[in-house]
Design a protein around this ligand. Sequence first.
Ligand code: HEC
Length: 222
Amino acid sequence: MHTARGVSILTIILIIFSSCQHKAWVLPASERHSDPTACFQRDVLPIFISNCAKSGCHDAQSREEGYVLDSYEHIMKKGIVPGNYAASKIYESMLGNTEERMPQDAPPLSSQQLNIIKDWIAAGAVNDSCGAACDSNNTSFAAGIQPLMNLYCTGCHSGSNPSGSLVLTDYASVKAAVQNRNLVHSIRYDAGYIGMPQTGLRLSACEVRQVEKWVDAGMQNN
Ligand code: HEC
């Protein structure tokens, strides 16, 4: 009798244990974003900085709902479950699967941005950086400069109420910001100017060079 009871208790314990094991969460190939070399510092952090770590939202001062989303250490504090994007509250909130879709009062992230974050979580949410992927000779506006703006700037500098009353969403607005709003000084963090992006993250030296070269070449709309 005792043995039978022992066995059934053991069985129950085994069932409980096995049901608690985390399943490895592997993204189907069709859901992976197009750039398999995406990494945290270059691809993921700028999305958080530009769209989430804003004043009144999730910068170090505002910390809405206790979330500060301006660095790897802070982002990992809560809401990201490495390997499991479905259990990651931060990602789910971006899809609108929680009460309020993030970023609030702003357009949703693009499906490409969402896939980058999803894929990064699925791959273990590690703090990696991918070395020199920047080409400072890529001075085409469409292929070089606007993508930099989209990555680092437009989360704050777009929409109906842009930061600093400045949008950086197209050729004309970026050119005007260089001419009238010290854009190059800002991204260089030159003394006496307002350093941009505002929080935690800077363009790499190569990316700054890329913008400088585009400006030196006469800010072509190419
Ligand atoms: C997290 C939000 C945020 C991000 C990201 C951001 N900015 Fe800003 N930006 C601001 C705010 C806020 C101001 C207004 C600052 C002020 O007037 O004190 C501003 C002002 C500026 C100005 C005007 C400076 C001046 O002297 O008038 C420029 C130029 C600028 N940003 C460029 C950029 C560029 C380029 C990027 C991307 C590389 C960027 N910003 C990313 C929030 C942001």
